[in-house]
Design a protein around this ligand. Structure first.
Ligand code: ZN
Ligand code: ZN
Length: 256
C-alpha cells in the first residue's frame, strides 16, 4: 500500500491511499482547481480516483469534495451525520453517488478493507479511517481531542500511521487566540496536542512502525521541529524518522 498527501492543516486536508489499481482520496479540503493542481503535482489524475472518503463536515476536509466527485463521477463515502451537515453545500445540479458508512462497521473498497474509527471531535458524526490489505495496515487519524479507548484499540494492529499533531499546548496558551478558541482547540472535542499525540504513540507501542507522519499542524501554535522531537522521543527514534505532512506540499508517495 502507498500513501501521499496533497496538503494538511487548517486551510485544507487531503490524503491519498493506493493499493494496486485502487486509489482512495481521504478528505478533499482544497477547492476543485487547487485539488486538481496538487494531485497533478503528484502525478495523480482525478479520473483515476476510485472513491472519496470523508471524515467529517468541517470545511478544511470537504471544500472541493463534491465538485470533484460530480466532475469526475467518483462515489463519496460518508456517514449520515456528515452528509446531513454537508447537504446545504451540495449544489442541486450535482449528480453524485453516495455510499453511507455505518461508523461501527468495516467495509471493502476493492481489495482494501476500510474500518471507520469514531473519534471525539466537534462535528456531527466524525470518523477517521484504517486501511488494511493482506500485506499491511495503515491509519490516518486527524481531528480528535484525545486518544479514546476505542481509538487505541482500533490502532493495535497498524504498521504505519498518520497522526494529528496540531498544537504545542504551551504555544497555544501563550497565543493571541481568543480564550474561547483556545478552549475549543485544546478541549476534549478539539484537536490533538503534540503531547496527546505522543501519548497515543506510546499506548499503541509504535516503536516498530514502518512510517509515522504528523499532520494538521497549526502554523501559529506549533513547529515541525518540536513535533518531530516529541513524537520521535515517544517511539524511541531520531526526530528525522517522523515525517511532517505540510500545508503547502503535503508529502510525496511513501510505502506504508
Ligand atoms: Zn481539520
Ligand atoms: Zn475538524
Amino acid at each position: 500500500m502507498q500513501f501521499c498527501s496533497i496538503g494538511s492543516g487548517s486551510l485544507g486536508n487531503s490524503f491519498v491511499v493506493q493499493d494496486n489499481d485502487t486509489l482512495l482520496l481521504v478528505d478533499c479540503g482544497f477547492g476543485l482547481a487547487e485539488t486538481e493542481k496538487r494531485l497533478a503535482n503528484l502525478n495523480i489524475n482525478a479520473e483515476d480516483i476510485t472513491a472519496i472518503l470523508l471524515t467529517h463536515e468541517h470545511e478544511d476536509h470537504i471544500r472541493g469534495a463534491f465538485s470533484l466527485a460530480n466532475k469526475h463521477t467518483i462515489p463519496v463515502y460518508l456517514t449520515h451525520g456528515t452528509f446531513k451537515m454537508c447537504a446545504k453545500k451540495i449544489k442541486n445540479s450535482f449528480d453524485i453517488e453516495y455510499r453511507f458508512i455505518d461508523s461501527l462497521a468495516t467495509f471493502n473498497i476493492k481489495a482494501i478493507v476500510v474500518t471507520p474509527i469514531v473519534v471525539p471531535h466537534d462535528a456531527r458524526e466524525p470518523v477517521q479511517f484504517k486501511f488494511e490489505t493482506d500485506a499491511t495496515s495503515f491509519a490516518i487519524i486527524t481531528d480528535l481531542g484525545y486518544g479514546s479507548k476505542n481509538l487505541i484499540g482500533s490502532l493495535s494492529n497498524v504498521k504505519s500511521l498518520v497522526l494529528e499533531a496540531n498544537h504545542d499546548q504551551e504555544m497555544l496558551n501563550q497565543s493571541e487566540y481568543p480564550e474561547s478558541l483556545k478552549i475549543r482547540i485544546g478541549g476534549r472535542y478539539g484537536h490533538l496536542s503534540n503531547h496527546e499525540a505522543a501519548k497515543i504513540l506510546k499506548e499503541i507501542n509504535a516503536e516498530g512502525f514502518k512510517f509515522i507522519g504528523a499532520a494538521h499542524l497549526s502554523d501559529k501554535n506549533n513547529h515541525p521541529d518540536i513535533v518531530k522531537k516529541i513524537l520521535g522521543d515517544a517511539i524511541g527514534k531520531e526526530s528525522s524518522f517522523v515525517k511532517i505532512i505540510s500545508q503547502d506540499h503535503g508529502i510525496d508517495w511513501v510505502t506504508v
